[in-house]
Every structure is written in C-alpha cells, then in structure tokens.
Design a protein around this ligand. Structure first.
Ligand code: FAD
Ligand code: SF4
Length: 523
C-alpha cells in the first residue's frame, strides 16, 4: 500500500459514502474543507494538541487515481465537474473538490502576498491585527515544508519560454517562478493531480501531517448549514454523499463542536453561511474577486507541446500597476488537449485546422487584478433554489479594457518571440499573421459571450477587517464579527484580489491565524 493509501486507510479517516447509518460526531474544532486554508489550519491545531475533525465533500484520491487523462479525472477533482460558471454563463470557474482541495489540481506557482497589497488592505479596508512581517515566519515554514523553490531558466518548457522570451524581447519585466515541487518529472499534468506525488499539495503534506497528529477526517460529506443560537454556532449538519460524490446516500452527518472553522474556499464558504441564514446585512458573498482571465494562442515553427513540462514557470508583472487603469499580469497555461479543443472556437473543418496545429501552439493568459479600483467591486455569491451557490460577476468596462489590453500585449510578446501567428479565442477567431494585424484587436467585441473568460483564482466573499459594518471576519484572528465560535480561514477572507497566484497567501495567513487560535484554546 502506498503511503497515501495508508493514511487514507487509517482509523482516523471515514468515508462518508460507506457509512451504514447517520454519523453523529463531536470535537473541539470542526474544520469544514480540506484545501489550502483547511489543511494548514487542521495540521497547525492538531500539532498543538487540539482535537480536530476535518469534513470534506470531495473524494479522497491518491496518485494512483491520477491517470493523466482529462476524461478520467476532471469530474472527480473539480467543483461541478469543471462546469461551474458565473450566473450569466460568461465566466468559467475552475475550483477543486477533493481531500486537499484545489491544491490537488493547481499548477504549483507560489508567491508571497506582495507587501503593497497588505498595505492597501490596511489603508482602504481596515485590515489591522497583523502585518506583512508577521506572515514572514509562516511563509518560511511553509516554503520549507512544501519545498517551494525558484525554477531555473533551463527547467522552463517551451510554452513558458516563449512567454518569457517575448516579454524580455519587448523590454518588459519577466521572471521564472517559484514552485512547490520535489523531484518533479515535468509530466505537465499538475492540473489533473500529480501522478508521482512530486507536487507538494495539501493531499501529500499537511493532510497526512494533521492525521498523524491525531486529527480525524470525514470525506464525501458536505456540510449544508450551521445551526446557531444567539451569537454561536451549535452544530454543523450535512449530507453523506454517494461514491460518485453527486447524490446523497440518504444518511446525515451531525457535528457538535466547540468551534467551527470554515475553509470551503471562496464561493462555497459564503454559500454555507447563506444557507445557514447568516448574511451580516448582505456583506456575506459580496466582493468576490476572480482575477478574470483571457487566453491567447500563438503558433510557432517549433513543436511546443503545451501540455508537457512544468505548466507554469514564468510570469510577467510588468503591467500589474497601470495607475488609473486596471492592472494585468501574464502567465502560461497547460493547454491540455480537451481544454484546447473546448477553448478553440469554431467547428468542422475550421476546428480541425486549428487543432491540427496543436503541437505547435502555445497557450498564454492575461489575468486581471480586480478589487483595487472604485468601480471594480467584484461579484456576489447567491444561492440557487436548491441551495447550490452561484457567483454573479458582471464585468465592468474597466475590466474589459484590461482584458483587451492584455490580449494586445500577449500578441506583441508572441510575435517578439518568433510566433508565425497569434489568435484570440473569439468566435470566429481573430488570427493575426504579423504584428501589423495586432491593431485589429481594437475592433473585436469584448463583452459577455463574445469570447471565453475564465478564472482559477477565487478570493473574497467573507472579507476581513476591523469594522463590523464593512467586513465579515475580524482581521486580527479571522473570527466572525457576530459569531464568537466561528472562524473563516481560506481564500474568501481577502478584501481584494492579490495580483499574484493565491495559494501561498492562504497558507501563510492560515498558519498565522491557526497558531493564534491554538494559543487561545491551549494557552
Ligand atoms: C486549475 C487551477 C490551477 C491553479 N494554479 C494555482 C497556482 O499555480 N498557484 C496558486 O497559488 N494558486 C493556484 N490555483 C488556486 C489555488 O489552488 C486556490 O486559490 C487555493 O487552493 C484556495 O484555497 P482555499 O482553502 O480557499 O480553498 P480550496 O483549496 O478550494 O479548498 C476548499 C475545499 O473545501 C471543500 N468544501 C467546500 N464547501 C464544503 C462543504 N460545505 N462541506 C465540506 N467540504 C466543503 C471543497 O470541496 C474543497 O476541497 C489554481 C486553481 C486551479 C483551479
Ligand atoms: S509537472 Fe511535476 S508536479 Fe506537475 S504533475 Fe508532473 S510530476 Fe507532478
């Protein structure tokens, strides 16, 4: 049995779909969600001797399930089988759903929160109670535990190298990235679960740490709502899910805990509060940010194979600060065959022609930094009649401008790195044969439905701050303003987006706040 399968088989782990009867459990701290925020919180508390129970709605998969085939794993590892989208269908939303959360499928890019972002939160959103320096030792710890290190230029695959070289050729800032991997065999399949456990996701690090330290875990169990009395939560009640993780087994889960930590991630944590009747006057679910993303493809003479090699190893933040205009940053994405086929517009001969060039095609993205300008207030999480969440994210004109700007810069960089053509993903595609064609982007429609927009970075919805009128959780400990035994520790607490990939920001903040929580429980 592999080490991961041994952990899963331990007496502390319960498969909710196999339970013969309703489950009634009790604990000191119930952590709902096992991703970046939940796993770090659970491991930190358990290591300090706190009695922790983790609840996760996704499956407990191990590397032997990660077959590197999209058709096998996408429905297992992503929320809504990768079909999650905004209310108007204009933005595809990628989020994980498994023990280990979205870290199981993420691309390993690791950034500390930029200091100017923490300063902005303090100035504009009343985020007090911790400083950038307070997070430092927690980032040091997590970087060591997850083997986070800067990749060398030699490790870049061609997809990333083209982005890097194009930006450098234009005289724009670009750098290689930090990744949380050890002995990475460069398969390229981070987005489908690492087949060799090289990715130091929560699945292979802090979840086993938490369980080794005595934490219990129930998976295939969704918490539907918290029951409350006055200013406390008394119980979490939920549904045990079938082996497919879709329907109910008809059995229920009830957890009595002294404290509840909500770590279901942006969208799902606000939804749990809303289902529990907790709205805090409409604040819950507001200011959800997503780094809206637009894609660009470019065709080269060389074989790129954009699905092979470390998916993300280069980025540029040259245009992150555009003053009055909304900023953008740039990265490469692994263009897996199914993703490429569905993202490439058209059908019949035209579609075949584009996909016929798949091996020569590079996939690059512009990510918009939302939440820092007055008119960019983010989306709002609401509930569908069946209690499932939906994000309403109308894209303001300033974000469309940034997306169009990003598209132009990607095309300029593509031609600077030797591309024969660069394309937008409009239907019909705008194919630019030389840099003289780039100006045609100005006449293309940038509006809902005109081209694919997507997100893999969900942030906000339970924003932190020191002022109950404007925030959901306190920023000194992430405890809810109106509920004395409920904490939110995940990506939903950020009052803006981050301008960098979020996982390390969540790890650092979670470890700082879980350490404070453990000290308040076991002084
Ligand atoms: C394809 C992809 C690539 C990415 N690449 C990167 C990258 O390279 N670098 C980076 O920094 N970030 C990346 N991210 C984003 C990053 O992984 C996430 O921002 C981060 O994992 C979010 O952490 P979280 O704790 O907020 O939630 P998650 O990690 O999403 O964990 C939440 C967990 O809670 C569970 N849950 C939710 N509600 C309930 C409930 N009611 N009951 C029980 N369980 C529940 C969910 O199933 C999920 O497993 C990527 C994301 C995607 C989708
Ligand atoms: S690229 Fe490396 S970390 Fe990613 S799935 Fe392949 S071996 Fe794992």
């Amino acid at each position: 049995m592999t080490k991961l399968a041994e952990v899963r088989a331990s007496a502390n782990v319960t498969n909710g779909s196999a339970a013969a009867s309703d489950l009634e459990l009790s604990c000191d701290v119930c952590v709902i969600g096992s991703g970046a925020g939940g796993a770090v919180t659970a491991a930190t508390l358990a290591a300090a001797g706190v009695d922790v129970l983790i609840v996760e709605e996704g499956g407990y998969w191990t590397n032997s399930d990660f077959t590197m085939r999209e058709k096998d794993v996408v429905s297992k590892l992503y929320q809504e089988a990768m079909q999650r989208a905004t209310a108007d269908g204009a933005i595809a939303i990628l989020q994980g759903r498994a023990v280990g959360g979205t870290t199981v499928v993420n691309y390993t890019t690791s950034f500390r929160t930029p200091e100017h972002v923490v300063d902005h939160w303090k100035k504009k959103h009343g985020v007090t109670g911790f400083t950038h320096a307070d997070l430092g030792p927690h980032w040091d710890w997590i970087e060591k535990r997850l083997a986070i290190h800067k990749v060398s230029e030699e490790e870049m695959n061609l997809n990333n190298r083209k982005l890097f070289e194009g930006f450098k050729a234009m005289g724009w800032q670009a750098d290689t990235l930090y990744r949380n991997v050890a002995a990475c065999m460069q398969s390229g399949f981070c987005g489908l679960g690492c087949p060799v456990n090289a990715k130091r996701s929560m699945l292979v690090t802090l979840i086993p740490d938490a369980i080794d330290a005595g934490a219990r875990l129930v998976y295939r169990a969704r918490i539907d709502r918290l029951e409350t009395s006055a200013s406390s939560a008394t119980r979490a009640v939920g549904t045990l899910l079938d082996a497919e993780g879709v329907g109910s087994t008809g059995k229920r889960l009830t957890i009595k805990a002294k404290r509840f930590v909500l770590s279901g991630g942006a969208i799902n944590t606000p939804a749990l509060l809303l289902r529990s009747g907790i709205t805090l006057g409409g604040l819950v679910g507001e200011r959800t940010f997503i780094h809206p993303v637009i894609g660009s493809s470019a065709v080269y003479d060389e074989i790129i194979d954009p699905w092979r090699g470390a998916p993300q190893s280069a980025a540029s933040h040259h245009f992150a600060d555009r003053g009055e205009k909304v900023g953008v940053f740039f990265e490469a994405v692994p263009f897996y065959p199914m993703v490429m086929a569905s993202a490439t517009p058209g059908f019949g001969a035209e579609h075949v022609e584009h996909l016929g060039r798949a091996r020569h095609t590079a996939g690059h993205v512009a990510l918009v930094i939302d939440g820092f300008h007055e008119d960019v207030v983010g989306g709002v999480v609401r509930l569908r009649p069946n209690g499932a969440p939906v994000l309403d994210y109308p894209i303001p004109a300033s974000i469309w401008e940034a997306l169009r700007f990003g598209q132009r810069k990607l095309a300029e960089a593509a031609f600077a790195s030797g591309a024969k053509s660069a394309s937008t993903l409009h239907d019909p595609i705008l194919e630019m044969k030389s840099k003289d064609d780039i100006s045609r982007i100005e006449s293309m429609p940038y509006k809902p439905g005109a081209l694919p927009v997507f997100t893999a970075h969900l942030m906000g919805g339970c924003r932190m701050g020191n002022e109950p009128r404007t925030s959901v959780v306190r920023s000194d400990d992430l405890r809810m303003h109106d509920y004395d035994n409920v904490w939110v520790i995940d990506g939903s607490v950020f009052p803006t987006s981050l301008g960098v990939n979020p996982q390390e920001s969540i790890y650092g903040l979670a470890r700082l706040m879980a350490t404070r929580l453990s000290r308040s429980i076991l002084p």
